[in-house]
Design a protein around this ligand. Structure first.
Ligand code: ATP
Ligand code: MG
Length: 254
């Protein structure tokens, strides 16, 4: 295709998402293109998880949505989205605790197996190459992993379904800075492998470092957007999210 449409994996125009009669997301518009990492940053309660839940078909969305260049007349279900290559890794990193690392990964590849693909072993190899720590621990029960290892396993399990678009909710939650760096580096490598990622992060600094483009969400609406480097250089963002006040701003507030 010569138009750029084929390169837009996800496009939302003026969408509302809420819980029953309570609307949390108001008129949000965003797009994710092939091979991009899009960061969404914003404070607790801004609506980041709500947005991802709507985009994954877990909550009803009002407004215009298109996936892989196709405008949806009806919101697709979770199953339909998974079938088309969209995967969500939730904040909670749900794993099968008593099962081994490798069995968790195998389960991640189950839907592909059902579709007739017989590339489970190759998938495991890819995941182990990307995250060698998982290979070292492949026989260990998931529930005994450290926080960082659990996040890697959650990512590895999602990768076993070979998604085109990964929705990632706060992969650094509760993790030390070094592990956060590792995890986000892995996300950046996924882009190199051709995957796109919608990355929700409270760790704005780390997210903006790897993202191509970023949206800032406050109280259910995007208040700022732009190329990640520009957002990272914006004085308001520096003051509110990056934790470093410039001397001038500090003086101004004194
Ligand atoms: N199941 C629910 N029913 C009603 N309101 C909800 C529900 N889940 C979340 N909310 C509300 O929606 C708003 C946005 O919550 P959300 O979890 O999307 O924020 P968030 O940006 O992901 O925050 P955090 O950074 O803490 O994860 C909050 O006011 C929250 O109380
Ligand atoms: Mg959240």
């Amino acid at each position: 295709m010569t138009t750029s449409d084929g390169d837009i994996l996800l496009q939302a125009d003026g969408i509302d998402i809420g819980y029953g009669r309570v609307t949390v997301i108001h008129g949000a518009s965003l797009s994710v293109k092939r091979g991009q990492i899009i960061a969404i940053i914003g404070p607790n309660g801004a609506g980041k998880t709500t947005l991802l839940s709507g985009l994954m078909g877990l909550l009803p969305v009002k407004g215009r949505l298109s996936y892989f260049g196709e405008t949806m007349s009806e919101q697709p279900s979770v199953e339909q989205l998974v079938g088309r290559g969209v995967t969500l890794i939730p904040e909670t990193r749900e794993l099968f605790g008593p099962m081994s690392v490798e069995d968790n990964l195998r389960l991640g590849g189950f839907s592909r197996y059902q579709q007739g693909h017989r590339d489970l072993q190759a998938g495991l190899e890819e995941v182990y190459t990307l995250m060698p720590r998982l290979r070292e621990r492949k026989t260990q029960a998931a529930k005994t992993l450290s926080g960082g290892e659990r996040q890697m396993l959650a990512m590895g399990r999602a990768l076993m379904s070979k998604p085109k678009l990964l929705l990632l909710d706060e992969p650094s939650l509760g993790l030390a800075p070094l592990i956060t760096r590792d995890i986000l580096r892995t996300v950046a490598r996924l882009r190199d492998l051709g995957m796109s990622c919608l990355l929700v992060e409270q760790n704005a600094k780390a997210a903006l470092r790897i993202a191509d483009y970023a949206y800032v969400m406050e109280s259910g609406a995007f208040v700022l957007q732009g190329p990640a480097a520009e957002v990272a250089a914006n004085p308001d963002i520096i003051a509110s999210y990056l934790g470093v006040r410039s001397a001038a701003a500090a003086e101004h507030h004194a």
